[in-house]
Design a protein around this ligand. Structure first.
Ligand code: GLV
Ligand code: MN
Ligand code: MN
Length: 409
């Protein structure tokens, strides 16, 4: 079976970290200059590993195996949050690259076909999980027309500036593939808490974002009597409190919701805000409960409008991703490899973070492996995993990929 080179793997992860490094973490949002530099570096690394590699028309880096037979597709992402960790996404892409290199060095595996992808914009700078959605045919051109970053740059402009406009897109040809597999840091506390070193993912939550706008009347914060105010900021604060009350009353065991961004305009101490805006995100494994949450937001918009002072409207964006179950047979391969290299130190677990694998699961049998995150911290510069766990996870992953492909022969 393949033997991965742990030093080579960690060296490449450290090298990738230098693109946008900020302390222990990384700032490398999709399609930024530094992100494009890192993509060109990745194409070079993939090419050196024998893959036919390129950046496609949406920004995904795709390395295609030249070996014959059904291929296994491995992927994750290399873009980051505005303040990102160094392993979120990069771990899975580098596991794919190291798997290809280790396969080439073993007689038993050197003819096996493994393609590797770094899907663009998993983190949603413009449109969450964009690359995998595009590859799987889950978004059309029209869905992307309004896509823009927080600073107002449209996706179309960013693609043009990155020199990607007009390039061909990679599209999934399901007949080419036996399966999709992705490795990732856990980004939560459970593996560490349970003293396990490997997680085999059973399913992934769905995610939805709603943006809510408040239109009042901007006015003087000293001279305007309280009874005459149409304060968009006050309406937002009341609305946010009601969200937490209503969602808590209807939550399931794995429901989570976050108001992660608010804006008051113009945003000065002596001005009553005339406009305000918030982003509400919620996640659940149960799509029916997510539908009900969306209805609750609609009800709260009506409740807020009924007060008659501030006009409230919502936009349930097209940027949403469905929950998915992981393939049972692929989980069996991951479990066997985990038991071989970490006997008794693995567990099955759901994912509360979203991943490209849930899009791939709509077109291919798909599975995921987790390694522990120190202190359960991610989407933060402190994010980390021990080198021992990084290396162990890659060996388990490579073994599972080999056993899936060899079983299919
Ligand atoms: C992935 O980055 C997530 O937010 O779950
Ligand atoms: Mn992330
Ligand atoms: Mn990620």
């Amino acid at each position: 079976m393949p033997v991965i080179d742990g030093d080579r793997l960690v060296r490449d992860l450290e090298m990738l970290r230098t693109f946008g490094q900020c302390g222990n973490g990384v700032v490398r949002q999709s399609l930024s200059e530094v992100d494009m530099e890192s993509r060109r570096w990745l194409v070079e690394r993939m090419t050196n590993a024998g893959l036919d590699a390129r950046i496609d028309g949406i920004g995904t880096v795709f390395g295609r195996s030249r070996n014959p037979g059904k291929a296994l597709l491995v992927g994750s992402h290399t873009d980051t949050q505005p303040t990102g960790g160094w392993l979120d996404g990069t771990l899975g892409v580098m596991y794919g690259l190291e798997t290809v290199r280790a396969f080439a060095e073993s007689r038993e595996t050197r003819d096996l076909a493994v393609d590797v992808a770094s899907w663009i914009d998993e983190e949603g700078t413009f449109f969450g999980l964009l690359g995998s959605k595009m590859f799987c045919g889950l978004v059309g051109e029209g869905d992307l027309d309004g896509a823009s970053s927080a600073d107002g740059t449209t996706l179309h402009a960013a693609l043009r500036d990155a020199g990607l406009e007009g390039r061909p897109l990679e599209r999934c040809v399901p007949d080419r593939y036996r399966a999709y597999m992705e490795a990732h840091i856990e980004q939560g506390p459970w593996l560490e808490e349970e003293k396990r070193r490997i997680g085999v993912v059973t399913g992934i939550v769905g995610i939805r974002d709603v943006s809510v706008r408040f239109e009042g009347q901007q006015n003087h914060a000293g001279t305007t009597p309280m009874a005459r105010r149409r304060d968009a900021g006050a309406a937002l604060v009341t609305f946010a409190t009601r969200v937490h009350e209503v969602f808590a009353a209807h939550a399931g065991p794995r429901s989570v919701w976050t108001i992660g961004n608010i804006r008051l305009e113009p945003g000065a101490a002596s001005i009553i805000p005339g406009r305000a805006w918030l982003n509400l995100q919620y996640r659940d494994a149960d799509e029916a409960r997510m539908d009900r949450f969306e209805d609750h937001v609609r009800d709260l918009v009506r409740e807020s409008n009924a007060r008659g002072l501030v006009a409230v409207s919502m936009d349930a964006t097209k940027d949403r991703t469905a929950a998915a179950l992981m393939d049972a047979d692929l989980q069996r391969h991951l479990e066997a490899a985990a038991e071989c290299h970490a006997p008794g130190a693995w567990m099955s677990m759901p994912s509360a973070a979203v991943h490209d694998a849930q899009n791939l699961a709509q077109v291919l049998p798909s599975a995921m492996l987790f390694v522990p995150s120190k202190g359960g911290i991610s989407h933060a510069f402190e994010e980390d995993t021990s080198a021992e766990d990084i290396v162990l996870g890659c060996q388990v992953f490579a073994d599972a990929v080999a056993s899936v492909l060899l079983e299919g022969r």
